[in-house]
Write a protein that binds this ligand. Sequence first.
Ligand code: ADP
Ligand code: MG
Length: 246
Amino acid sequence: MIGEVLQMPSARHTEPVVSINALDHYYGQGRLQKQVLCNINLEIQAGEIVIMTGPSGSGKTTLLSLIGSLRSPQSGSLKVLGQELCGASPQQMVALRRHIGYIFQAHNLLKFLTAQQNVQMSLELHSRSAAVTRAKAEAMLAAVGLAERSRYYPENLSGGQKQRVAIARALVNQPKLVLADEPTAALDKQSGRDVVELMQRLAKEQGCTILLVTHDNRILDIADRIVQMEDGCLTTNAQSSSTAVV
Ligand code: ADP
Ligand code: MG
């Protein structure tokens, strides 16, 4: 029930935010069927920042889209914010998405809306009054250092600034869980660093949990924990960031 999600513990020691058991995933049918995830087991606790690395094609985006309730799981168990997604109805899947913030490699901003309107739109999906959503959007843009750019359209912002608007949009609803798929891939070194440090700071302030997929070795140190995907399998699952970066 999504009611349980709303009362999700922000505090520690309760249910994990993500709990995955024996999750497999296949694309295609019949002889063309291909297994892309194999016996995934993973728990993420409230407030954790977990980074997932691994080669291209190893299944990272597939796993992220399953956790994000953007794709239906086929077997095993996948519980996110108290909601079991195996066998969940489309309505349950949609309801869960309201509690998740998404940040993708491409910022996916709407080019005909200003930075402020892009952020405000995300709030309007949760139907609050226009005055409140406007103020919240402005405050969130200020939090990502873009107060002066709130009236700019995406085409007049740099790559790093656009990604910061995308972060503002993802975090403005104070989601319990943020899923980020290679958020620094299109950015230069310094902008990439700025963007993840910003995500880290805002997540800690809001008490939200982050699962971030990256190829970028330079940002591994922001993680509380690093997991590695290889050929559809999670090969490590309890490594601290200090050992992983060495
Ligand atoms: P990663 O994000 O680690 O690069 P993906 O999850 O995108 O990996 O892809 C894992 C495997 O599944 C790859 O072999 C990819 O080609 C395949 N794949 C991804 N999406 C689809 C899809 N929608 N249909 C069929 N195969 C897919
Ligand atoms: Mg991917």
